[in-house]
Design a protein. Structure first.
Length: 385
């Protein structure tokens, strides 16, 4: 089309339409102008491409924002819509129509308009891995064990017993898909006879039961990056199950659990340490040895420190698994009050108490003044004439 129309006008939606509305609008137009329903209508094919280009932009928040601000110029030349033919659209948006009445509407197409059976990737597998906080901080090579299914060695993965071969499914002609028509709508679904395999196994392999796959236990050393957190997943590509029909293998996902630490509590990239100090250290200040993941560190407690005060030691937290600055260590002071005193300690504290009584501390003086005003409002300066 010589002049590009507004993408919102193409999809027949308002500018404030949300993602769900845009999805529904595109499905509606895609069915209306689908090439299988308009084989002799070139204009319908162009409208199908136009709707797909509009959807490609408006369904992406970043591209939509650029389009709203700059129009078509904002999405050209920067990975904007580049659909050379209908096949590109099938590859880009096939998942939008997966499941339900629209299942596989945009199935893979072979040359000449025919459809070829989809090659499915192997299934992903899960492996649970438990780390200490130190291992999570430094990264570690971990020996893991998990189960997966691989190609059956007996039948070579075709599922047929020795001396026999899989037979092409006569219902779908080996495509694994059948097309059902309802008016102008033609929907492609998995073949009900072969369940999408495209072939029938009359004499299944005794070792794999015709599945073409058999189970194995895997032990493997994997590298876990520094900085992973509890609940994160680490992907190990290509270590999942084999594909049942010659596709790529799946992946293995390591689900990370980080054990609680006896000293440190983790808060994202930061570590929190509750540091006990004595009353005299809090009052007079002191040089204290603070534990970190990299070893002990000398830390200065300033005079007059209160219980609960938090001090930050930069760069002594956890690394970022995605790169970037290392987190901090936040030290929270906790003043310990001794439960038992020897005779000399008790004598000194009583002398200190006598001194504090004679020379009331500023905060206590302020508190006592507020307390007196609370019980005797008339004595407050604001009530004096």
């Amino acid at each position: 089309m010589a002049e590009q129309r507004c993408y919102y006008e193409v999809l027949e939606v308002e500018r404030n339409a949300d993602k769900a509305v845009i999805d529904r609008a595109y499905r509606k137009l895609a069915i209306r102008y689908h090439p299988d329903s308009n084989r002799e209508d070139e204009d319908a094919v162009e409208k199908f491409k136009e709707a797909s280009e509009a959807y490609e932009v408006l369904s992406d928040p970043e591209k939509r924002a650029r389009y709203d601000r700059y129009g078509h110029a904002g999405v050209q030349g920067s990975a904007g819509p580049q659909f050379n033919d209908v096949e590109d659209i099938f590859d880009a948006f096939g998942d939008l129509f997966g499941g339900g009445a629209f299942g596989d509407l945009f199935g893979s197409r072979g040359r000449g308009g025919g459809r070829r059976r989809r090659v499915r990737p192997g299934a992903d597998v899960r492996c649970d891995v438990t780390l200490t906080l130190e291992e999570a901080a430094r990264g570690v090579s971990k020996e893991v064990s998990f189960s997966r299914r691989i190609q059956c060695e007996t039948c070579g993965g075709d599922g047929a017993a020795a001396g026999s071969k899989p037979e092409i499914c006569t219902t779908c002609g080996g495509q694994g898909q059948v097309i059902q028509s309802a008016g102008i709508l033609r929907v492609q679904t998995a073949c009900p006879r072969c369940h999408g395999a495209g072939q029938i196994i009359s004499t299944p392999c005794s070792d794999c039961g015709g599945q073409g796959l058999q189970s194995e236990r895997v032990q493997k050393s994997v590298d876990i990056p520094a900085g992973v957190d509890d609940g994160m997943r680490v992907r190990v590509p290509g270590e999942g199950e084999a594909s049942p029909d010659g596709g790529p293998p799946g992946d293995c996902y390591l689900f990370i659990t980080v054990q609680p630490h006896s000293l440190f509590h983790r808060d994202g990239r930061d570590l929190i340490l509750q540091l006990p100090i004595s009353y005299s250290q809090a009052a007079l200040g002191a040089e204290i040895e603070v534990p970190t993941l990299d070893g002990p560190l000398q830390f200065r407690v300033e005079p007059g420190t209160h219980s609960g005060d938090v001090f930050t030691i930069r760069g002594q937290g956890m690394p970022d698994p995605r790169g970037g600055r290392r987190g901090d260590l936040r030290v929270q002071t906790v003043i310990e009050v001794p439960k038992k005193l020897n005779e000399r300690q008790e004598q000194l504290l009583r002398e200190l108490a006598d001194l504090e009584h004679e020379s009331v501390l500023p905060q206590r003086k302020s508190f006592m003044s507020k307390l007196r005003d609370f019980f005797d409002p008339e004595s407050s300066p604001s009530h004096e004439s």
